[in-house]
Design a protein. Sequence first.
Length: 193
Amino acid sequence: MSNRARWAAFGSRAAGAWENRRRRLRGAIYRWTRVETAGPGLHLGRGVSIVGGEHIKLGGHVSLGPLVGLNSERRGDGQQGKIVIGDRVGIGGGSVLSAAERVEIEDDVVISLRVLIADHQHAFSDSDVPIALQGIDRIAPVRICRGAWIGVGATILQGVTIGENAVVGANAVVTRSVPPGAVAVGIPARIDR
């Protein structure tokens, strides 16, 4: 076989390998936009969805599990929410972070599977208008401080601050701030210790 034939065969194998990789990646990221900043060591699971990425900052060594959603919502006044995630943060599969103002996750936070963190809720004051068409209201920033741990299925609602090294138990619905080092459990969440 001549050199030319070897290079042609190599080229077609390389192109085939690249095509296979592209096919695998196509399913890995369902919806992706550029983010404002992303640190080194970013890990994205399959099906990650990032909407409004130009208003999302990701720190170094952040891990987003499969089917995680990061949504920067546009408010009625034209402003857009901001999501800021610090260094060494892990967010488990199926979790959603949604910001109309600001959701901030500080360094070394662990967020388990299927967690919802939202700084707003849908308006529902007019019973004659479908809720989906009423927009959002009750907007207040959410902050999860350094070293906190959020358990499986927890919901963190608008205006809440989770203190440093605090724990939110599985399936808790947090409607009020949690002090540093505390454990919050239940629906609605109460301080257990």
